[in-house]
Design a protein around this ligand. Structure first.
Ligand SMILES: *Cc1c(COP(=O)(O)O)cnc(C)c1O
Ligand SMILES: [Zn+2]
Length: 424
């Protein structure tokens, strides 16, 4: 293999050269993975997430200091009686070296995805996101100038800002809910030159998020026994498992996969229901009855994906099975109580999703699911919003187009094409 990496299909085993390929050309449904030539990880003298370039599906890098940061907890660890609690923090907290100005680990996906598109693809990335993912891609566009097309529900537009002026973002707002904006986003990708980012199927996205496991392991000097993470689509959990497998292959960090302890936010917990019922399939009527209402009730709304990559091969079910994992449901009260404990102990504001994760660790300590001397990696997937507001200007991203829910893309096709032609 002379390429830095090739893609491999978990279903048919086919090796596939990367052309920004997100699905097996043989028509398989499993998640294709990147197979890296280097089996031992060398930390590269590159900024931010690109320190882990050996195991990212890119050859170049971007001039951004945004990367995963891990430190050993003292105060929270003492309160919980844990002797080896490591905190992976993906957000803005310069005192700890954390420089993710969009404040979530979605920027760890957006950075390598933007490079991968430039190197292996040929188009403008399209993202449908109600929040953190959209903001992360806008931020990367702001620092690189790479054009992006972002489609969001009108109600979510306030969440999109950048810390540097951005000129190349085509923001489309949809007067409807998240599902409407995903539908419109998919339709926008019928316009030549606009390419869907790929979600869980995008290897740059998974391997970018997987750097939290890499950083946590390199920092502790060994793989954790337990890894805690809040999940919406579960892509981050899959990424942690894949990164752990590579670290075992490296040979220096241990031979056992960390148990994945994943958490969702009650009352919207479809993966928890399916997993606790020992099912590979999510049955919508059973596992997410009255989904629209349930979604509206959760504290951490980034954790509400209705079509998670749970059943497919290489997905969440396989990740939990392989690691002896657990899937927990956290109430809003548990999440907000855990948030207070975390803020008092560690001194930084977590994203609501990360508070769900803290709550699941607290529960696991109480039930004895983790031992006091176990090595634990707590993945704080976002935070530092208050901190970034003190330090940085925040530039709102202004919509270029606004459409009604259920609108046909043809209504604005010409205008979007014109935008593409002037920005590509
Ligand atoms: C998106 C997000 C999650 C959930 O990640 P998935 O990969 O969708 O499971 C958790 N925390 C934060 C802060 C997020 O933005
Ligand atoms: Zn295949």
């Amino acid at each position: 293999m002379t390429e830095k990496y090739m893609l491999k299909c978990p279903d048919c085993g086919k090796i596939i050269p990367d052309r920004y390929t997100n699905v097996c050309p043989g028509g398989c449904t499993g998640l294709i993975r990147a197979n890296y030539r280097k089996t031992q990880l060398d930390i590269q003298p590159l900024p931010g997430v690109f320190r882990f370039s050996d195991w990212l599906p890119v050859t170049g890098h971007l001039p951004s200091d945004a990367g995963p940061v891990t430190y050993k907890s003292e105060v929270l660890a003492r309160e919980l009686g844990l002797s080896h609690l490591y905190i992976g923090f993906s957000g803005y907290w310069p005192e700890r070296g954390a420089q993710i100005e969009s404040c979530s680990f979605k920027e760890l996906e957006a950075l390598p995805t933007t490079v991968r598109m430039k190197e292996k693809g040929n188009g403008i990335l399209q993202i449908s996101s109600a929040g953190n993912t959209g903001r992360a891609f806008c931020q990367v566009s702001a620092i690189t100038g790479a054009p992006v097309v972002v489609v969001v529900p009108e109600s979510a537009v306030d969440r999109l800002w950048t810390t540097a002026p951005a000129e190349n973002i085509c923001l489309i707002t949809v007067d409807g809910d998240y599902t409407d904006s995903i539908g419109f986003g998919n339709a926008v990708c019928s316009i030549p030159g606009i390419v869907a980012e790929g979600g869980a199927r995008n290897v740059a996205r998974r391997d970018g998020m997987g750097t939290v496991m890499l950083d946590g392991t390199v920092t502790a000097g060994r793989l954790p026994d337990h890894h805690f993470q809040a999940v919406g689509s579960g892509t981050g959990g899959i990424a942690a498992w894949e990164a752990a497998m590579r670290l075992i292959g490296d040979g220096r960090f241990g031979t056992d996969l960390p148990s994945l302890h994943l958490a969702q936010n009650e009352p919207f917990v479809p993966m928890m229901n399916a997993w606790q019922d020992n099912r590979r399939e999510i049955i919508p009527e059973t596992d997410m009855p009255d989904a629209r209402h349930a979604v509206s009730q959760v504290y951490a709304d980034v954790l509400t994906n209705r079509e998670p990559p749970y059943s497919i091969s290489g997905g969440v079910y396989d990740a939990l099975s392989a690691t002896g994992g657990t899937m927990d449901g956290i109430t809003n009260v548990q999440a907000t109580e855990a948030e207070k404990i975390f803020v008092d102990a560690e001194g930084i504001d977590p994203d609501p999703a990360a508070s769900v994760c803290v709550a699941s660790l607290i529960k696991a300590v109480e039930t004895g699911a983790v031992g006091k001397d176990d090595y634990i990696l707590l993945n704080i997937t976002g935070g530092g919003y208050r901190r970034v507001a003190e330090d940085k200007d925040r530039f709102p991203v202004e919509p270029i187009f606004s459409v009604k829910g259920g609108a046909a893309v043809d209504e604005i096709r010409r205008d979007i094409e014109a935008w593409v032609n002037t920005h590509a």
